[in-house]
Each structure stands twice: as structure tokens, then as C-alpha cells.
Write a protein that binds this ligand. Structure first.
Ligand code: BTN
Length: 330
């Protein structure tokens, strides 16, 4: 369901923002929007229920005191500093999965840079068929539609690019030093703060589109998650010791995605691989890799130009792993 702040509610918010230093009378709003004063009162009540603090004084009118940290377009759009990512945002209060929605929109011709954001997901998709825990009003769940002009075998470079951009955004925003765990988990203090799930639609030699799905734990409290998740996950709020403005973080994230995607498009994969290696520091590490039900132990040599992990097993054999989970051996 699309949050119904689009239209009349957004128009009221817009007028109140323009008169931020004083009150705007119900009569003036009613005249400018051509609706009754009762209709305005009802809308104001609804906006309050969404968390907007709106003061009303008889004869003076309405004044917007504070806006909630909602990710609706009217809150987010004015903040964005990007040229093309996020110029169109499809916002949903709740949805099965932003990736599934973005995929559907891309099939119907949505443009590169369109973004799907949800306040919560009922069937948030994680890697390897897992679910992504997606409670409302706390984290960020978004999917970006990209249409890169690269052959399908290079698609995993887009995944590495997105991991780098997400790690950079977290680093810039927090002043902390996030690490990337192959293939694309972003960690703070060895716990997962963000995960990426990219889905590709292509033919033999051409990519039609890539859906970049990103989930970032921003304000999620430990009390909200199961014991199992708690031991492996963290949030930016926990690591920074303060509540995070999701809008501000979104601005940083979309900015970094645009910068890194453009760098990849202009300069190719080398710059991405270098940044990924710097953040991952996986080379030479003793790791256990679980891939398709099999666990391999060995030393991580590198990632190759297609994003696969190159591993030297205990038996001295070189293996190339394209999908799986890495654990650092103690
Ligand atoms: C992982 O398992 O680490 C990947 C998690 C990806 C979750 C994000 S949340 C937004 C987007 N929509 C989804 O359904 N999944 C991704």
C-alpha cells in the first residue's frame, strides 16, 4: 500500500513548510487547495497520527513544529543530492519485498535510478533463500534499478560496487571503519550492519537490468531481534550510541551509490576491486567457506575480476567459489 500522504497531505505539508516561521490559517489552506476546512482538519489529524507535530491555534491556524523520520518522498526528495539515483522514489508502507517490486517495475520499463523504499517488508529476501528481518520505523530497505551496459559475466562487479558504496556511506556517516565480508556483507565490529541482494535480468550477452537490494540496520534494537540474529547482527545506532536519522543516512547512501556506479561505468572494474579489497582485507586470511552444502577450509587468496572468491584449500588446491558464506577461522 502506498502511504497516502501523496496528494492532499503532501500539499498541506508543503504549505506549512513554506510558512515555517508562523501560523497558516485554515481558511488560507482551504482557499489555496480548494477543499473545506473540515477536510483539512481531518488531514492534519492523519498527519499527526504519522508522527507530524502540528500545532493548531483557533483563529491563528496551523504550524508545523516537527516532522517524523519518515522515508516518504516529500521528506526525502528535498534532501537528496544525487543527479539521477532516487529522482523517482516508489514508497510503500509495507510490501513483500522491495526487490520483488523493483523487478516488477523494471520489467514494465522503469528507468535506471528509480528506487523502491518500504517502511517494512513482509517477505524481505536475504541471500541464499534466507529471509531478511524487516521491522517498521527502524531500518532502511531499498532497491535501486540499474541498467548497466556490461556483459552478464561482469554483473558481480555491480555487487562489489554496491558493497563498497554501502560501506563508504556507513563510514562517512558514522566515522567508523566498516569492513566488507565476501561477497557483500558490511560489518561493524565483526557484526553485520548491512546486507545486499542483487538480482539480475539478462539474456546471453546483455543485461536488461540489475536490482540492487540493500538492507541497513540503522535503529534496530537488540530487543527486536531473535537471539540468533543478535549474536551476528548490529545496528548503526548501537555502534554510534545514538539514534540515526534515516533520511540523512539515505541521502549519504544514494550519493555514494551514484558516485561509485559512475566511477565503475567510466573507469571499469579495477577501481571497484581495489576499493573492495581495501575494505575486505580478506587476502591471506584463514577462512571456512560454505558453498552449496559443502564447507571448504583454506586461505583466501583474492577475489577475481568477476567477484568470485579464490581459495587455497588445506590440500593446496585452488578453488573458485561463486556463492556462499565466509567465516573467518579463529
Ligand atoms: C543478505 O542476506 O545479506 C541480503 C539482504 C538484503 C536485504 C535487502 S532489504 C531491501 C531489499 N529487498 C529485499 O527483499 N531484500 C533486500
Amino acid at each position: 500500500m502506498v502511504v497516502r500522504t501523496i496528494g492532499m497531505d503532501e500539499a498541506i505539508l508543503q504549505l506549512l513548510r513554506e510558512r515555517s516561521s508562523g501560523f497558516l490559517s485554515g481558511e488560507e489552506i482551504s482557499r489555496r487547495l480548494k477543499v473545506t476546512r473540515t477536510a483539512i482538519w481531518k488531514r492534519v489529524e492523519r498527519l499527526r497520527s504519522l508522527g507530524y507535530e502540528i500545532k493548531a491555534i483557533p483563529r491563528a491556524g496551523y504550524r508545523l513544529i516537527r516532522s517524523p523520520d519518515l522515508l516518504i518522498p516529500s521528506e526525502v526528495n528535498p534532501l537528496l543530492e544525487t543527479k539521477w539515483i532516487g529522482k523517482t522514489i516508489h514508497f510503500f508502507e509495507t510490501i513483500d519485498s522491495t526487490n520483488a517490486k523493483a523487478y516488477e517495475l523494471a520489467l514494465r520499463g522503469a528507468r535506471e535510478g528509480e528506487v523502491v523504499i518500504a517502511e517494512s517488508q513482509k517477505k524481505g529476501k536475504g541471500r541464499l533463500g534466507r529471509q531478511w528481518f524487516s521491522p517498521p520505523f527502524s531500518n532502511l530497505y531499498l532497491s535501486v534499478i540499474l541498467r548497466p551496459k556490461i556483459p552478464p559475466h561482469q554483473a558481480s562487479l555491480i555487487t562489489l560496487m554496491a558493497a563498497v558504496a554501502t560501506a563508504e556511506a556507513i563510514g562517512k556517516f558514522s566515522g567508523l571503519a566498516p569492513r566488507i565480508k565476501w561477497p557483500n556483507d558490511v560489518l561493524l565490529n565483526d557484526r553485520k550492519v548491512a546486507g545486499l541482494l542483487n538480482e539480475i535480468h539478462s539474456e546471453a550477452d546483455r543485461i536488461h537490468f540489475v536490482i540492487l537490494g540493500i538492507g541497513v540496520n540503522l535503529n534496530m534494537d537488540e530487543s527486536m531481534v531473535s537471539k540468533e540474529i543478535r549474536s551476528r547482527a548490529t545496528s548503526l545506532k548501537k555502534e554510534m550510541g545514538q539514534t540515526i536519522s534515516r533520511k540523512d543516512f539515505l541521502r549519504t547512501l544514494l550519493g555514494e551509490l551514484e558516485t561509485w556506479y559512475e566511477a565503475f561505468s567510466d573507469e571499469g572494474g579495477t577501481i571497484i576491486l581495489k576499493a573492495w579489497r581495501d575494505r575486505a582485507q580478506i587476502q591471506g586470511k584463514q577462512v571456512n567457506v560454505t558453498s552449496f552444502g559443502e564447507t571448504l577450509r583454506g586461505v583466501a587468496i583474492d577475489v577475481d575480476s568477476d567477484g568470485a572468491l579464490i581459495l587455497e584449500t588445506e590440500g593446496g588446491e585452488k578453488k573458485r567459489v561463486v556463492a556462499g558464506d565466509v567465516e573467518y577461522a579463529k
